[in-house]
Write a protein that binds this ligand. Sequence first.
Ligand code: ADP
Length: 359
Amino acid sequence: MAGAASQGAQLPGSSEPPAGLDVRSVTVRFGPTTAVDDVSLALQPGRVLAVLGPSGCGKSTLLRAVAGLEELAGGSIHFAGQDLAGVPTHRRGFAMMFQDGQLFQHLDVAGNIGYPLSLKGIRGSARDEEVSRLLSLVDLQGYAVRRPATLSGGEQQRVALARALAARPRLLLLDEPLSALDRSLRERLAADVRHALTTTHTTAILVTHDHDEAFAIADDLAVMRAGRLIQHGTVPEVFRRPADAQTAQFLGYPTVLDPEAAERLTAYLSEPVRGQAVALRREALRAAPIAERDYRQGLVGTVERVSAARDGWHLEVLVPGIGRLPAIATVDVATRVGDPVALQVERSDVVVLGEGGGA
Ligand code: ADP
């Protein structure tokens, strides 16, 4: 184990990679509440899965079930081909990281990170080398002798991450690890968490209600709602084809249109959308001024709201037969409330919702 220290990466063995996590039809109940309802998903070794969903949808319960902290009412959980039923938490080889880090306040940073190493019998220079490798992995060189109480929230979470990785877990379980931090710090740290997980080839599950955090950290995405798994795929797959209207909204799409509105919106395109609901990215509609006499041609509407943004004007345009839609206009376009505008539809920013979605 210590031999890999100077490489800064824990490469998987050269032989066949073991199968990763396999969750099969898992159900967890608390009295009358079904917190996790017949969820199945798999995670390949070395990949990072984000479980995304609103508060109370069962994300943490699923994570805790994987950790062995909740009893299953049904289904099974396998890791590397082994059924984990009856395997207690501390024998699963997993590590957990929480929102508040839970550092040992009486130990300095090096003591915190080195703790799991000591438990594994790694001592002396091997331990020191590994601690300093982990410190540089989370960009905290020079922090070894600092006490947790003297660190910012972001720094504490970096130490917590380094400590979790020090255990070289077969699976790292992250429960809303960045939620307690402010947004700008969260964005920066999300990129660093991804870097740390990918360079160490750590298989991980991240639970979050923040789609930006999920996109920034994960390879795969599982969307949950009311205990059920709604959608599961790679991040781009899920983002390009949300299963339904609620999922699209949860993934940050500002607008979802039912099939009739979608057909009207795309009627002037070479490939109109028929019979399917769509979600629109903010960039999907570009507004240009038109003369009153052209008002009956193409997709047109009336500006109801204008606000300045970094990338131009953000408009709300009332389109007859569809409703109020967000659109953008370049800064050189003079737009005022009440103006008629022509809307150009960017087909690549119109996303058709998946099976059974949206209407
Ligand atoms: P999330 O992590 O998505 O916010 P949770 O997994 O914490 O959701 O909770 C899912 C559901 O299970 C909620 O209705 C919650 O109130 C309930 N629940 C979670 N833990 C317990 C518990 N220990 N006892 C009773 N109900 C619980």
